[in-house]
Design a protein around this ligand. Structure first.
Ligand code: AMP
Ligand code: ZN
Length: 119
């Protein structure tokens, strides 16, 4: 299957990986809305919220709780939004959860700088 995020999971395409376990893979969004914008994806290919099973979804949320704390601690953000797109608004057709930090005062950091803080 020609899926961008499956290729990231199996290493065919490079990413700024900040967390990995048996079930999930988390990496920095290549076009971040803010410093620390992260995507959590299941290693197995699921299309969207209808397709994914509850055990995998629960695991993704556990990892989201853990990474939220890491992002808050390392990047000192003032808030953090979780987003999961489906259908027309979903660009990449492999389930993913966005973690988007919010800053009162915008902080410009390169992906490399953010990666070195979060890895
Ligand atoms: P969505 O609209 O929810 O499908 O968002 C897809 C996200 O994937 C966007 O925020 C993109 O910037 C991000 N993205 C696309 N290609 C890559 C890539 N190679 N590495 C990291 N993030 C990517
Ligand atoms: Zn996939």
């Amino acid at each position: 299957m020609d899926c961008l995020f499956c290729k990231i999971v199996n290493g065919e395409i490079n990413s700024y990986k900040i967390y990995e376990d048996d079930v999930v893979f988390a990496f920095l969004d290549i076009n971040p809305d803010s410093a620390g914008h992260t995507l959590i994806i299941p290693k197995k290919h699921y299309l969207d919220l209808d397709d994914i099973d509850l055990d995998t979804l629960t695991h993704i949320m556990k990892v989201a709780k853990m990474l939220k704390l890491r992002i808050e601690e390392k990047l000192n953000c003032d808030g953090l939004t979780l987003i999961q797109n489906n259908g027309l608004v979903q660009e990449v057709k492999h389930f993913h959860l966005h973690l988007k930090p919010f800053y009162k005062i915008k902080k410009d950091k390169t992906l490399e700088e953010v990666y070195n803080l979060l890895k």
